[in-house]
Ligand binder design. Structure first.
Ligand code: HEM
Length: 190
């Protein structure tokens, strides 16, 4: 086993841009979800009534930019080839799960943006800069986007948990290099 951090993906490992974005976004997705659940239940008299939603919105907007960057990296660099030990069904399942994870991240983040800017105001990102409201006017925009935001985030968390379990199964039971490839570690595959 050896640490192998390269700019571009190859068949042994993902490149460091995808690796760092993957792990940063994995932590952020779980953090934002549980912060969101806390915010829903927060009382008006909570001392963090204004601060926590502001952090949630700001981090969400940063994640939206990070996702754009990640999709760009994916367009200019192909993913590592499927491992030789993975059969047709595993390959199909992996591709579908990864595509769904990207789709759910995009839906959850975009619907959060549409909901936050439903009143026509720009979304402030940590008071560093603001992102203008989208030029759309929809009936009950905040409610509809809010519903989509809640369900897409919940589906994203559920699928991410399955995805993590699958990665652990590949690592500990199949003993292949699925997990080490996204950790930047080169390991011989049986
Ligand atoms: C919110 C959490 C997560 C999300 C949204 C997520 C999303 C993704 C996506 C979209 C890919 C495909 C990368 C590409 O080819 O472009 C990927 C790959 C991968 N992820 Fe995650 N991930 C999350 C958490 C985790 C966790 C916790 C683990 C491990 C315990 C993990 C293990 C892996 C592995 C091993 C791969 C590479 C799979 C392969 O090469 O076939 N992920 N992840």
């Amino acid at each position: 086993m050896a640490v192998k951090l390269k700019l571009k993906n190859d068949d042994d490992c993902y490149g460091w841009p995808i690796i760092s974005l993957h792990w940063l976004m994995a932590v952020a997705v779980f953090g934002l979800y549980f912060l969101g659940l806390y915010i829903i239940d927060m009382s008006y008299y909570d001392p963090n009534y204004k601060t926590l939603p502001h952090w949630h919105r700001s981090l969400g907007m940063i994640m939206l930019f990070a996702l754009g960057l990640r999709l760009l990296c994916r367009c200019v660099d192909r993913a590592p080839r499927a491992l030789p030990g993975h059969g047709h069904a595993t390959r199909l399942l992996t591709k579908t799960a990864h595509a769904l994870l990207y789709l759910l991240m995009l839906t959850a983040l975009l619907s959060g943006y549409v909901m936050s800017s439903a009143d026509g105001h720009a979304v402030a990102v940590f008071n560093w800069f603001s992102v203008p409201a989208l030029p759309i006017e929809m009936h009950h925009q905040a409610d509809r986007a809010g519903m989509l935001h809640y369900w897409s985030s919940t589906a994203l968390i559920a699928l991410s948990c399955l995805h993590a379990l699958a990665a652990l199964k590949h690592h500990f039971i199949d003993k292949d290099s699925t997990l080490t490839r996204i950790l930047g570690i080169k390991r011989e595959t049986p």
